[in-house]
Design a protein around this ligand. Structure first.
Ligand code: BG6
Length: 484
């Protein structure tokens, strides 16, 4: 359905995220008929461009980042007609703000305004201050904040305080695109709409949980950002902890934003702290060295960077959720750049049947939720081996793809989220206290790493990661899904 008319102001409009994700996502929503004719997308960035020059860049981005048939669907011109541009150094005051003000004043003052911050997070507070000073915050305005919200608790607090001075919490949308992924949301359906799963969803039946998000890409053009961030800040503090929350949370009373967020927050607050004393046992960090991916030689991280660095491109953590439901169940989380494959998945390993009936212990049931690619659900069961007269077991996989009707690919995770901000639905966005709870857990790990409590390992590009990550699981008799 079409959303209400809106003005979407994107700060950082010439940046990689806008070009790669935001514009293609909005274009796809236009193709689906969800964007009203008079809606406007207003790019704001420092580059001195006129509208035509920005529109030309937007067209190039769509052509580059969209499949050819989607780009050629005959709607590009119509989409580009929605786009405007203002040259603006958003952190500074000055006359430049007047052009944005004039543009916005051209529409009904009750119109929904979304201010999307695709800039460096250090700028969020000053942009808000300027929006306020130039009278651009209306009752129907909201901000969307991209991650990372800070690099630790102190910087996150400063950003949240800075933004919070000008926008109430219910007008702040902290985006985490993993929550926009269909199969991540499916954790809720699988758990709470299936009594069969729900009944087995606790330490009594579950032995361990694995959450993996590895990718083949390196740091691409983002080395300057990535080297100040690293795998833990870039992926674990936000995306993977959010996934962990959905797997581990108690049933929310409803799918209302606060019910879901309260349930997630309770999980974050129950994460066992990892300290200087335990970090070496519970965490692994590593950097990739040169290797081969898809038949191509790729350089190591330090060579790519052209300087020395202690930033990790791989992290694996054994986390514990200290609630009765998850007593002694390890949650293994890992993420990697320059892995041999791009996979995000959740793997639930159940306890094996406690029976002596079959001689050997039956294999554990294993539920795999494939977040991407090949979105789907897989369940390993034990069945009788039909080839033998004696009663021996073998495993069989129930495997169901989760697809759109007609086999269409899933919409990109940004699509829904961008319009949820227009609709005013915050359920898939992160509340301030969640960000802070996540930092409370992540920061001591970063401190322990900085203090050299956990040695930096290496792994060759294209491999599964360092040997130490295998040991993290082997200590409990577990193994990573790909080697199981
Ligand atoms: C982003 C990270 O948030 O997520 C990137 O900053 C990472 O480094 C990306 O590549 C992964 O997202 P996806 O959707 O491709 O798994």
């Amino acid at each position: 359905q079409q959303v209400e008319p809106f003005d979407y102001v994107i700060f950082g409009a010439t940046g990689d995220l806008t070009m790669r994700k935001l514009l293609p996502a909005l274009y796809n929503r236009l193709r689906m008929g969800q964007i009203p004719d008079n809606a406007r997308i207003i790019g704001a960035a420092r580059s001195e461009l006129d509208r035509a020059a920005y529109v030309a860049r937007a067209r190039e981005a769509l052509e580059h980042f969209l499949p050819a048939d989607v780009f050629n669907s005959g709607l590009v011109e119509r989409f580009l007609g929605h786009i405007h541009y203002v040259t603006l150094d958003s952190s500074k005051k000055g006359a430049q703000w007047d052009s944005l003000k004039t543009l916005l004043a051209g529409a009904d003052p009750d119109r929904i305004r979304v201010y999307y911050f695709a800039t460096a997070p250090q700028l969020y507070a000053s942009i808000c201050e300027n929006l306020h000073e130039y009278g651009l915050i209306t009752p129907r305005s909201r901000v969307v904040l991209e991650k990372p919200i800070g690099t630790n608790m102190a910087t996150a607090t400063a950003i949240n305080d800075g933004v919070g001075q000008f926008f109430p919490e219910n007008q702040i949308y902290r985006i985490d695109h993993y929550l926009g992924k269909e199969t991540v949301q499916n954790v809720l359906a699988l758990r709470f709409a299936n009594p069969l799963m729900n009944a087995a969803w606790s330490a009594e039946h579950i032995e361990s949980v694995q959450i993996t998000a590895v990718e083949t890409v390196g740091v691409e053009g983002r080395a300057a950002y990535y080297d100040t961030s690293g795998a833990l800040r870039d992926m674990i503090q936000n995306h993977l902890l959010q996934v962990l929350c959905l797997v581990a949370m108690e049933a929310p009373d409803s799918l209302e934003a606060d019910a879901v967020r309260n349930a997630k927050l309770a999980v974050l607050n129950a994460l066992r702290p990892i300290t200087e004393g335990t970090a070496a046992a519970e965490t692994v960090r590593a950097q990739y060295t040169a290797g081969v991916i898809d038949g191509k030689n790729v350089p190591g991280y330090l060579d790519e960077l052209g300087k020395d660095s202690t930033t990790e491109t791989y992290a694996a953590i054994r986390a514990w959720v200290d609630t009765p439901r998850w007593k002694n169940v390890p949650f293994y989380i890992r993420t990697a750049k320059r892995s041999g494959r791009k996979v995000s998945e959740i793997v639930i390993t159940f306890r094996p049947a406690a029976t002596a009936m079959f001689g050997a212990t039956p294999a554990s049931n294993r539920l795999v939720l494939r977040v991407q690619p090949n979105e789907g659900v897989e369940l390993r069961l034990n069945v009788k081996n039909p080839a033998l007269d004696v009663f021996n077991l073998q495993t069989a996989d129930l495997d169901t793809p989760i697809r759109m009707e007609g086999g269409m690919p899933f919409p990109d995770s940004y699509e829904r989220l961008l319009l949820d901000a227009v609709r005013g639905d915050p359920v898939l966005f992160i509340r301030r206290d969640e960000v802070e709870a996540a930092w409370r857990w992540a920061e001591p790990i970063l401190d322990a790493w900085k203090d050299g409590k956990v040695p930096m390992q290496t792994y060759s590009a294209g491999s599964y990661g360092p040997e130490q990550a295998v040991r993290l699981l082997a200590e409990h008799g577990d193994n990573w899904h790909e080697t199981a």
